[in-house]
Design a protein around this ligand. Structure first.
Ligand SMILES: [Zn+2]
Length: 262
């Protein structure tokens, strides 16, 4: 489970995009019938897990998100609502990433129908919403930014490293080692979730493993204090991630039910 703070959600003109929208609509819609907004789905910045999407993976992810649902929590607005991504593109910015590269954003535009039920939600988006976005995708690889080799997680030390011994978060010849997320396999829905501000929103980048199950088997009396602290840290992170995953699953199930009822 990956997290990234939602930077902005802003309204977009439906007049310009109506032809694109109609590629995804069941019946021909007019600009007056829809509300459109744009958001940042992910970028090439290093995240809190010392991983980043490569520029190539952002390019490859863009088409995978097309047509995917954007889900809203009913506890936030009174009804369950669904929007759909109809346009995705990579935006080059003037900013630099932590790694000193040009910062690139994968942006998505979504539309929703203007109805009595969506009125309040549209108002919140127009007013600048405070919720965060959780984006799911499955990535094929995680490579060492120093040597390009595959990275793997070492359960004993709680560290991520490649076979040449480069550890993520460490610096080699002045270069930070991070995990390069490559080869996107699929993109899933986007959800707006209620999560504490300091946690940020989530970008799910694929399989997480079974950290908790593993840590249950560790005899805490037999490992050093440092390793104990590390193990507890991993365990705590996993618990938060599980909560987030359950929350996503709950919202998804709820929205699916809503779509079926319609
Ligand atoms: Zn390496």
């Amino acid at each position: 489970m990956k997290t990234e703070k939602l930077k902005s959600v802003s309204p977009v003109s439906a007049d310009v995009d109506i032809e694109l929208i109609n590629q995804y609509a069941e019946k021909e819609l007019t600009p007056e019938e829809v509300f459109c907004f744009s958001m940042i789905l992910c970028d090439n910045e290093v995240d809190r897990d010392m991983e980043r999407f490569t520029d190539e993976s952002l390019d490859e992810l863009a088409p995978l998100f097309l047509g995917k649902s954007v889900l809203f929590d009913h506890r936030w607005s009174t009804e369950k609502q669904v929007a759909r991504l109809y346009r995705t593109f990579v935006e080059k910015t003037d900013e630099k990433t932590l790694m000193g590269d040009q910062k690139n954003l994968l942006r998505g535009s979504a539309y929703m129908l203007r109805t009595d039920e969506t009125k309040e939600l549209i108002k919140s988006i127009e007013g600048g919403i405070k919720k965060e976005v959780s984006v799911g995708c499955q990535m094929g690889g995680c490579k060492c930014s120093i040597c390009g080799d595959n990275l793997s997680f070492d359960w004993q030390t709680g560290k991520t490293l490649c076979k040449n011994g480069h550890l993520t978060g460490e610096t080699y010849d002045g270069k930070l080692c991070v995990g390069d997320l490559t080869d996107p396999k699929d993109a899933y829905e986007v959800s707006f979730v209620a999560v504490p501000a300091q946690r940020g929103a989530g970008v799910t980048k694929g399989e997480d493993g079974d950290k908790i199950e593993f840590l249950k088997t560790i005899d805490l009396n037999k490992i050093s204090k440092e390793k104990k602290i590390e193990a507890v840290k991993i365990l705590q992170t996993s618990i938060i991630e599980d909560d987030e995953r359950n929350e996503r699953a709950r919202i998804l199930a709820e929205n699916k039910k809503f779509m079926e009822e319609k």
